[in-house]
Design a protein around this ligand. Structure first.
Ligand code: CDP
Length: 787
């Protein structure tokens, strides 16, 4: 561990241990499946065995006759309630339960509510569905073929599988740059369909109180407030009569942003039976039917001078969105933040175009541990830079160093219109190369190559854009992406911070208390963080895309500063001096020039609730609220070096070393930051080497369990070697940028670059993920696998 030492401080920032771990390590967390209500019933979903088929008939009579079954709900039942279809987060609609056709294997067809989980599952077997199989569209590259079956014939006037075309950058200027460039390197590459695969699957307990008309839903959601609004819109229920509780969440990674049919069915089940209904999916259901990520077929070109100055990038993407366009991107960005594909480099022009298509696969395209498609963008540019280095015979680290944005260029406006807030990229890359001892690694590699051993060194640099986002540019379903915060300070100086975002294991109960603690001089132990309950917290758009610290974290700092200003007025009344004559030091206001004459925040809190006479117009109490509308995204960045050993005979890859230098601005809790980086690096190893949601030609899902869809473990991961640089965000109140997803974004390219580098003696210039032993072996044979 080489992280720069950061002082331990009793208050505020520092390596405070996570407050929430006290309950987690004792097994006392409360997850949705731990919620048990009196009289609660259990739901189970019948799913389609076909990827594409017309539903001829559904016979539920035998299931209805099961002694423990209380209700069987079909698409027809829902159609009667106008609930058969629900809006997706990308202005499409998705079937809650299929009425006309099934459009992917695992799609929801019927919902059984029974007295226990086993009976509900047993009764699924009693439902008789008559399907008429249709030809499926599985390969996105065939989706727009003339004779491709039309998947979304439910949409009026739809005659093909096209969803959207989107472009960014200046096409003409880019063509000019390419026309006159000395060198152009091109490469097709696939970012395969992968899955966020949180350890806790999705689920809900819905309880409709027929007397009060209040619906309470305990549910696995990363965005409780957005879910409440969507339920109100879908079901026509008044929003104030809906309470969403997101209790402890066992990992989200983008998988728990949208609303799934099972949640809606649990709600309908509760309305129909008058009892609370629990629905929790199993592992296969989670992998087969909930939001996937990536699935981008990319063609990239990079233009440069002969001596390696990068001039331009030109990119075409075919995006496989599955059967319903269920991506979770801000409205104006159908390809998420893919527009950041120019990465960390200074170039003259860039252009990309993205075409989205429907296929007979599960919907999604979520931001799996990344800010809306930035992982795809970073992978693309970092592979292209390596391909260029290959063609030019240049060292990839040297090529990057030559083209990185320079510190004096910040704030930097990219050729696709993004304003990077701050950065010192060469310092970060140098730090990573030093930590890795890059020259020594290259020397070792040269020796090994002489002996016929394959060792690879992969370098990657990334820039992320996190903290969506400025309300002017970013909304989801019309909901602006600003976050509220409320801070109450009790008479004894203890505080409660209420937030709209929702932790899924990132440690918000600790770090948000640290932010307020630092601002007010109250110990974080004396500050409780309340989140995940729409009845108790202010509105906001939730936690994904590493937006919590950039948006809600800023809100926490701003609301604490409001409290501090209120405390100043109370202190001035206590000390009988003008508020202008007071100065703040952590935890107290004192009279300028007389440091002894001061009052602590605790004394002030008590006085604010007392009979102290306050100036006209001052209400008393210190409590405050705020809504934070970020002026810009924050742009964390990092430099990664991965070292692999490859056995070309078996295709086995061993990740021997991984050096990661991250810059997320000011670190609130360095220990938590390192934990976030460790998790993301492991994610990257998983995606690069072992993960793909594969399908056969009939659309059968081939990754429905953790036997087939592999998660990286400590066996596949090296001991991470971390470093850091700190370039504060100039617009964030405490200079912090997000970190939750940086490592997931940056690491796949480093691993793939390393494996391809190891295979250089075989002439390999590119190989697609996942670099399984079969893929590596085939690449070494000169016959790369195509997924
Ligand atoms: O939105 P999400 O929580 O997934 O991501 P994040 O905002 O990047 O934060 C992940 C965790 O790292 C939180 O507990 C943050 O408070 C913490 N963090 C930090 O300590 N310092 C930073 N500069 C950024 C995040």
């Amino acid at each position: 561990m080489t992280a720069v030492e950061q002082p331990e401080t009793p208050l505020g920032h520092g390596n405070m241990r996570r407050k929430e771990d006290a309950r987690f390590i004792r097994g006392r967390g409360t997850y949705v499946d731990d919620v048990t209500l009196p009289g609660m019933l259990h739901g189970a979903v019948l799913r389609s065995p076909y990827a594409h088929a017309r539903i001829v008939s559904i016979d539920t009579s035998a299931a209805q006759a099961h002694p423990k079954v209380r209700a069987v709900i079909t698409g027809e039942t829902l159609a009667g309630l106008n609930l058969a279809w629900m809006p997706t987060l990308s202005h499409d609609v998705q079937a809650v339960l299929a009425t006309d056709k099934v459009r992917f294997q695992g799609q929801e067809v019927a919902f059984v509510v029974a007295e226990d989980r086993y009976s509900a599952r047993d009764a699924l077997e009693l439902i008789d569905v008559d399907y008429e199989a249709l030809p499926p569209v599985i390969d996105a590259r065939q989706a727009l073929a003339e004779d491709a079956p039309v998947i979304r014939d439910d949409l009026e006037g739809r005659t093909d599988n096209h969803i959207f075309d989107w472009e960014s950058g200046d096409a003409a200027a880019t063509d000019d740059v390419f026309a006159s460039a000395e060198v152009v390197a091109a490469q097709d590459m696939l970012y395969p369909r992968v899955h966020p695969a949180p350890l806790e699957t999705c689920g809900a307990v819905a309880d409709m109180d027929a007397v009060t008309g209040k619906l309470t839903v305990w549910t696995t959601t990363q965005a409780p407030h957005a879910h409440r609004t969507i339920y109100a819109l879908v079901a026509g229920l008044p929003e104030h009569k809906i309470r969403i509780i997101s209790p402890d969440i066992g990992g989200g990674f983008g998988n728990k942003v949208g609303i799934y049919p099972g949640y809606v069915c649990a709600v309908v089940g509760s309305i129909v039976t008058g009892k609370p209904v629990k629905w929790v999916e199993d592992r296969s259901e989670n992998l087969m039917s909930t939001s996937f990520a990536r699935d981008y077929h990319m063609h990239g070109e990079i233009a440069a001078t002969k001596d390696g100055r990068i001039l331009g990038l030109r990119v075409n993407v075919l995006a496989d969105h599955g059967a319903f366009n269920g991506t979770a991107q801000p409205t104006k960005f159908p390809a998420g933040f893919f527009g950041v594909f120019t990465g960390s480099y200074d170039l003259e022009a860039a252009h990309c175009s993205v075409t989205g298509v429907y296929t007979n696969k599960a919907p999604g395209g979520v931001a799996y541990a990344c800010s809306f498609r930035i992982t795809e963008a970073v992978y693309l540019v970092e592979r292209l830079v390596d391909v260029l280095a290959f063609d030019l015979g240049m060292d990839p680290a040297e090529l990057r160093m030559k083209n990185l944005l320079r510190p004096e260029q910040f704030p930097y406006r990219s050729k696709t219109g993004w304003e990077y807030d701050s950065g010192d990229y060469p310092t970060a890359l140098r730090a990573a190369l030093d930590l890795a001892d890059y020259p020594a690694l290259r020397a070792e590699q040269a020796l090994k190559r002489e002996r016929g051993e394959q060792m690879g060194i992969g370098v990657a640099f990334f820039t992320e854009a996190v903290g969506a986002g400025p309300r002017k540019h970013m909304d989801i379903l019309g909901l602006g992406m600003a976050d509220g915060a409320e801070l109450r300070v009790h008479p004894t100086g203890k505080a409660v911070l209420r937030l709209s975002c929702q932790t899924q294991g990132q440690g918000h109960e600790t770090t948000f208390a640290q932010i307020v603690g630092e601002e007010l001089g109250i110990s974080p132990d004396d500050i409780d963080v309340v989140h995940g309950d729409t009845d108790q917290t202010p509105f906001g758009l939730g936690t994904y895309g590493s937006r919590s610290t950039p948006v809600s974290g800023a809100a926490a700092a701003v609301v604490a500063r409001k409290v501090r200003e209120r405390a100043r007025i109370v202190a001035s009344a206590m000390l009988e001096v003008s508020a202008d004559d007071l100065e703040w030091e952590k935890g107290r206001w004192f009279v300028r020039g007389d440091v002894e004459a001061g009052r602590t925040i605790q004394e002030i809190a008590l006085a604010a609730h007392s009979d102290l006479e306050l100036p006209e117009g001052v209400e008393g109490h210190l409590d405050a609220t705020c809504v934070y509308n970020p002026p810009n995204l924050t742009y964390p960045f990092g430099a990664y070096v991965c070292v692999v050993d490859v056995d070309a005979d078996t295709g086995q890859v061993t990740v021997r070393r991984f050096v990661a230098v991250d810059d997320c601005g000011v670190r609130i809790n360095p220990m938590i930051v390192e934990g976030q980086v460790h998790g993301g690096l492991a994610d990257g190893v998983g995606m690069a080497l072992m993960q793909v949601m594969a399908f056969d030609e009939d659309g059968n899902h081939l990754g429905g369990s953790f036997m087939d869809y592999l998660l990286p473990t400590s066996m596949e991961c090296p001991s991470w070697e971390l470093g850091e640089t700190v370039t504060p965000s100039p617009h964030h109140p405490i200079g912090a940028k997000g970190i939750g997803e940086s490592a997931t974004v940056g690491s796949p390219a480093a691993v793939v670059n390393a494996v391809v580098d190891a295979l250089r003696p075989f002439g390999v210039r590119h190989a697609d993920m996942p670099l399984t032993p079969a893929a590596v072996w085939s690449a070494a044979q000169g016959t790369p696998l195509r997924t």
